[in-house]
Design a protein around this ligand. Structure first.
Ligand SMILES: [Zn+2]
Length: 410
């Protein structure tokens, strides 16, 4: 969640002439715009009519930037041109329309999904740049620290029990699970089955099922079906109700490795969420192997990265979360390579909660969430914040970027 109250402007050099002109050539403008936004890896482009102009904004690595304003005169031409490119009806101005544009960038076809809707100021156009995922990222390249990675592998090697990957929407949980499944599937010796909503990527050698709400084929129903088909490893897209949680916990007890996701702020929050759903403590203690909490943070641009003076706030933050002051920290003013953003690409930060006898005893004794959290952090638990700060110290990101992801600081 961005904490900054001001939207940043992204100055794309090639587009400046269009934004300063009164009337533009819409074909030239859109060709240049599409080319540039694909180059900086934007995920969405917004054409938003205001009372006096057309505001163009784009989202890059989850952050919204202002690209520029076109005059009201140019706006109609641009909107019409987009509709023509997307094979939509240019005369239709009330109904929501959906279309597609394929652009060719050096032989690579990029698919743009176009939505046009009418607002009080005119037609709003939203374009989503669809980058087709063609490969599953290897698990070891997601951003796990050495210790977290080994802890996670240890959990997976048990081959039974429940493991949850948690975090807010868009934090990369699905990517982690797909990479995990691919890792488990390396030898091809396990029967792996999934129930997902939606199936985002087709995995070789994995039997994937899709939730169908219309026919009542829910996560819980899908999981019940899968368990009759003697799987070794089961992926259930999300645990959000007691029924799914119950079946997932029970199947973890009967010899399957069950992987799932949950919406929770961190690993300890997710543990208590399962208890709040009404899972008996003894069942949870026997079935749950661990919880991985994660966020996606932007990677610093290596071309414009430079060492910075460490502020007192940063020093205090490190002292609190890591237990010492930082050795070095970096900043990135932006350059041509990163489109003046200062960041390029994203990586995960992780905290891996391994259910050991210590934690199980806490659960048995019904400690509060706060008590467990305090106890673990006092004993050096690698929290999301700590993992993020250590990555900032390693020069992989910035402290501000870690904090922007609203990590728990206390
Ligand atoms: Zn840069």
């Amino acid at each position: 969640m961005p904490t900054s109250a001001h939207i940043q402007t992204l100055n794309i050099h090639e587009l400046t002439p269009f934004f300063s002109a009164g009337v533009i050539d819409p074909i030239k403008f859109l060709n240049t715009l599409f080319d540039e936004v694909v180059k900086i890896r934007a995920s969405d482009i917004f054409f938003e009519p205001t009372k006096t102009s057309l505001l163009i904004r784009a989202k890059v690595d989850g952050v919204l930037y202002e690209i520029g304003n076109l005059s009201a005169e140019s706006y109609q031409q641009v909107a019409s041109r987009i509709k023509v490119m997307a094979s939509l009806d240019p005369t239709e101005k009330r109904r929501v329309q959906e279309g597609k544009i394929n652009i060719d960038r050096d032989g690579i076809i990029v698919n743009l999904r176009v939505e046009v809707a009418s607002t009080v100021n005119g037609e709003l156009v939203v374009i989503r740049v669809h980058e087709k995922k063609t490969i599953v990222m290897p698990l070891e390249e997601l951003g796990f620290s050495h210790v977290s990675y080994n802890n996670y592998l240890d959990m997976l090697s048990q081959r039974s029990g429940l493991i949850c990957v948690v975090g807010p929407t868009g934090c990369g949980k699905t990517t982690t699970l797909y990479s995990t499944i691919s890792k488990i599937n390396e030898g091809g010796i396990f029967n792996i089955m999934t129930i997902e909503d939606p199936v985002e990527f087709s995995l070789d050698g994995v039997n994937q099922m899709q939730v169908q709400k219309e026919t009542g084929f829910t996560f819980a129903q899908g999981l019940k079906t899968i368990l009759r088909l003697s799987p070794d490893v089961v992926l259930v897209g999300e645990i959000r109700d007691k029924e799914t949680a119950d079946i997932a916990v029970e199947s973890g007890l009967t010899g399957q490795l069950v992987l799932s996701t949950m919406h929770a702020e961190d690993s300890i929050g997710a543990l208590f969420r399962l208890l709040d759903l009404g899972i008996e403590t003894y069942l949870l203690n026997s079935s749950l192997m661990g919880i991985v909490a994660q966020r996606l943070i932007r990677k610093i641009c290596n071309s414009c990265k430079e060492a910075k003076t460490i502020s007192k706030d940063e020093s205090d933050l490190f002292q609190k979360a890591v237990g010492r002051t930082p050795r070095q920290l970096f900043t990135s003013p932006g350059c041509e390579y990163c489109g003046s953003i200062g960041f390029k690409g994203r990586m995960g930060i992780y905290e891996v909660l391994v259910m050991n006898s210590n934690i199980r005893e806490f659960i048995r004794n019904k400690v509060t969430e706060t008590d467990l959290r305090n106890n673990l952090t006092r004993n050096g638990y690698d929290t999301l914040l700590k993992d993020g700060l250590l990555k900032a110290e390693m020069g992989l990101t910035t402290v501000d970027e870690v904090l922007r992801n609203s990590l728990r600081i206390s």
